[in-house]
Design a protein around this ligand. Sequence first.
Ligand SMILES: [Zn+2]
Ligand SMILES: [Zn+2]
Length: 221
Amino acid sequence: MSATTDHWVRFDPAGCAHSSAYVAEVPLAEDAYRRAVPKIADRRREAAAGWTLKRLTKEQWREQAKPCFTGDCAHQVVEPPREVRALTVRQPYAWALLHGKQVENRTWPVPAALVDSTVLLHAGREPHRQGLHDPRVLGLEGLPAREDLVTGAVLAVGRLTGSHLETGGCCAPWGDREVFHWTFADWRPLKDPVPATGTLGLWRPNADLLRLIEEADRVRA
Ligand SMILES: [Zn+2]
Ligand SMILES: [Zn+2]
């Protein structure tokens, strides 16, 4: 190592370099860190999160730090993907949502954090008895025979765009009175529905299910 060209480099937990100082100018690591992060509370927070200060030779600096300062590194912090939820809807309404039923009725609004998030449409295991005779459903084109309606599986991936409280009979004929109308967009029906057990509400699909859905979604595309 050569004190004249070595650098102190501050790395985040992902290995991305955030600041750099010449060892020749700031001989002590402590001082270098203090210069980069003046507030002690910030230094403590970084230390707890796994940030480090390393002494690098000029050669190491070129390889490990320079790409970060020029924006060419592969460490950029990627926004964590928004949470994906699944919505269980009984047949034939799950099918209807993909074929013209524009809203889903719920007594509660879509939680703010889930507006515009990805949603999986899951068909419940048990069909909705009256729904099978619902004239609005029977009026939709292409309704499969009752035994051909897929149940107990994820049928499609889409976007939950939000919800609004019913006003003036909006979203007729599908929107019920005095409830929230949940709205969706960009449904992508899966070529091969993925079997899954659903539950009430907006449920969290586990990692295995998400992986299977991703694969099925790719096949469709
Ligand atoms: Zn980086
Ligand atoms: Zn409405």
